[in-house]
Write a protein that binds this ligand. Structure first.
Ligand code: ATP
Ligand code: MG
Length: 366
């Protein structure tokens, strides 16, 4: 069953430089799934969530919740927010300051005309889920940021909404607390099994929390896949770049194989043969190995480029990051600190397993 279906959704903001904030977006969120929307600032994540919640009116497309349309541009249907049965948590905790924690959590239940004793019981129950039962009588100003965000989560969960929308709920918290709350959120999701869309621009958060991850670029979905597939096989050069895969080489076909803007490539060229005259090769810094030019390269499955020079060696605890120059091209290698022996100025050859090379033709992974 599909819990939430978004079809060909378009949202334009009017104005002189009309922005298409959401551009032909198609997403199916399955029941019990936590789908993560990942993308840089301004790519349309919040706008998409607000359209789903009914806080923003889209111009085109359809939104279907549990088989029933809540928005349909063709028929003019546009259900108001309070009828959509959606829970929301935002970046700023947005609790009512004049209400105790207990009353904050009861608020959406009161709006649904639930009786007083049921309200009390349900609020207690969700406060236990977020481990804040002991805070019920406090006011928001008497809570830490992490506690406020747990209460905001409890308030959204209290009416058992069909879908939970979470817009960067952890980004106002410090790094340690983020990790703790992310782990807790993961456990709560497993326990309650709600259906959710979670927005972030932090890829680790996306990979930790997402059953699937949708990467957005300028209003469009570039890739929608399991976290592992997004990480291992970024579908477009945009996704590869967004994930911080720093080494990008332009490859050109030459007489006997491929040359790159870092120099000629040697080794297992058959492994990267494609029907194209130009390609782009992306490679994670961890995949690059460093050799001195005199060292013989034995592995047949490897590709190599020689003629480089070590520019900088940065110790980053456990790993050493090495910046390399090949003519005008910069490459980045990251290797275990043990055994690292290169110094700035050293001549260097790099090699990598052909299977680690991510190859793109016209921006698409091949
Ligand atoms: N009310 C508005 N009027 C006009 N343009 C808007 C409005 N709200 C957002 N936009 C524009 O729509 C685009 C998408 O904005 P949105 O807030 O959805 O991005 P986002 O992905 O949530 O970014 P962030 O990570 O910074 O929160 C941006 O170009 C933004 O400037
Ligand atoms: Mg946003």
């Amino acid at each position: 069953m599909q819990e939430l279906k978004i079809e060909k959704l378009v949202k334009r903001y009017p104005g002189r430089d009309q922005v298409v904030a959401v551009n032909q977006v198609d997403i199916d969120v399955q029941a019990g799934e936590m789908l993560v929307l990942l993308g840089p600032s301004g790519c349309g994540k919040t706008t998409l969530l607000r359209c789903v919640a009914g806080l923003e009116d889209a111009q085109e497309g359809r939104i279907v919740l549990e088989g029933r349309a809540v928005f349909d541009s063709a028929s003019g249907l546009n259900q108001p927010t309070h009828l959509r049965d959606i829970g929301m948590v935002f970046q700023n905790y947005s609790l009512w300051p004049h209400m105790t924690v207990q009353r904050n959590v009861e608020y959406p239940l009161r709006a649904r005309s639930m009786g007083a004793s049921d309200r009390l019981a349900r609020a207690r129950e969700v406060l236990e889920v977020v481990q804040c039962g002991h805070l019920a009588e406090r006011y928001p100003a008497m809570l830490s940021g992490g506690q406020q965000q747990r209460i905001a989560l409890a308030r959204a969960l209290a009416p058992r909404p069909k879908v939970m929308l979470l817009d960067e709920p952890l980004s106002n918290l410090d790094a340690l607390l983020r990790v703790e709350l992310r782990t807790h959120l993961r456990a709560i999701h497993r326990e309650l099994g709600f259906t959710g869309i979670y927005v972030t621009h932090d890829q680790l958060e996306a990979f930790n929390l997402g059953t699937r991850v949708a990467v957005m670029n300028a209003g469009r979905i570039e890739q929608l896949d399991s976290a592992r597939a997004v990480y291992e096989r970024p579908a477009t050069d945009y996704v590869a770049r967004f994930l911080g895969i720093r080494n990008a080489l332009e490859l050109r076909r030459v007489d006997r194989g491929w040359s790159s803007d870092a120099g000629a490539m040697q080794g297992d060229l058959a492994a990267i043969e494609r029907h194209a005259d130009r390609m782009q090769l992306f490679l994670r810094p961890q995949a690059l190995r460093l050799h001195s030019p005199t060292q013989a390269l034995s592995q047949a499955s490897h590709l190599s480029i020689s003629g480089g020079q070590v520019q900088e060696v940065l110790y980053s605890g456990g790993e050493v990051d090495t910046v390399l120059r090949f003519g005008d091209t910069t490459l980045y290698a990251s290797s275990p600190a043990e055994g690292a022996s290169f110094k700035p100025g050293d001549p260097v050859t790099v090699s990598f397993e052909a299977s680690k090379a991510l190859l793109y033709i016209d921006g698409k992974l091949t």
